[in-house]
Design a protein around this ligand. Sequence first.
Ligand SMILES: C[S@@+](CC[C@H](N)C(=O)[O-])C[C@H]1O[C@@H](n2cnc3c(N)ncnc32)[C@H](O)[C@@H]1O
Length: 298
Amino acid sequence: MYEVLTKDLLLWIRDVKNSAQDIEDLYLLLDLIGGISKSDLLLLKINSKVKVCLDTDFYSLKKKWTEHTQVSKPIQYICKSSYWRNYKFELTSDVLIPRVETEQIVEIANDLIDQREKKIIFADLGTGSGAIAISLLAENRNWKGLATDIDINALNIAKKNHKNISLDSNLSFYCGNWWEPLINYSGIINLAISNPPYIPKDDYERLHSSVIDFEPKKALYGGENGLFHIKQIISDAPKFLAEGGWLILENHFDQSKEIKNLFKENGFNSIKTINDTFGIGRFTIGRYKYINSNVHCL
Ligand SMILES: C[S@@+](CC[C@H](N)C(=O)[O-])C[C@H]1O[C@@H](n2cnc3c(N)ncnc32)[C@H](O)[C@@H]1O
């Protein structure tokens, strides 16, 4: 524990913040490595003689802030961790920082599956930090999860996060191209989720340096029109999904029409675009070869 005068900490925050974004980043830094939450910080009084206890010394904190501002390195990579839904995930430069809009995928999945169905097998394709699979299983402990990624280093981070967050052994990890490593589960997967790389070439080249310089290209870049990976995932889905199995995809803001067509061409029905909280058609869902339309519960 390192003690800092409240006044010194608050004056430093006042001096270094230049924008509303800065203040949010400072709160995140102080939380992730200082161990002091935003709500606790807001209660501090500048004229108080009280000292604040931090998990790191003030000098290191300042150094990390400088690293962030000088090269636009995201706080989450500097602190090697990030919050997502209810958990703190460990991160390295091998994995994408899990985004707030992706959190909705867990709710979508929970709404789609009839909770009376006991033996759900689901796949998280391109698991990265493992955020989706781990969170979903924490809420559905009787489900069985299969997490895949092309990058063994990303998969190792996901494994570590699973070990840190959960005592359950209901999640298995596979390295390989999308569905390929799941050959033993052909035709029996009830739910597949993927937040694949979907950013088109032109948009990728215009991304902010905090993204393009630090986040893995293989986690973001989706080829010329952004649909390279999405096409593969949808066209191989029929080999792996059980009849009536759901596929949930996250996509770029302007891809839902094309994705809905791809779903249709590959034997899906109950196809739908779901808006994120900003009103953007961020998710596309479809159900493979679903015949009985009375039972579905979305
Ligand atoms: C957008 S990130 C999503 C990470 C995580 N699921 C999330 O939502 O935060 C895409 C992930 O797909 C993985 N990936 C890229 N190409 C892949 C492929 N051909 N097969 C399997 N995974 C792939 C990347 O390594 C990355 O972890």
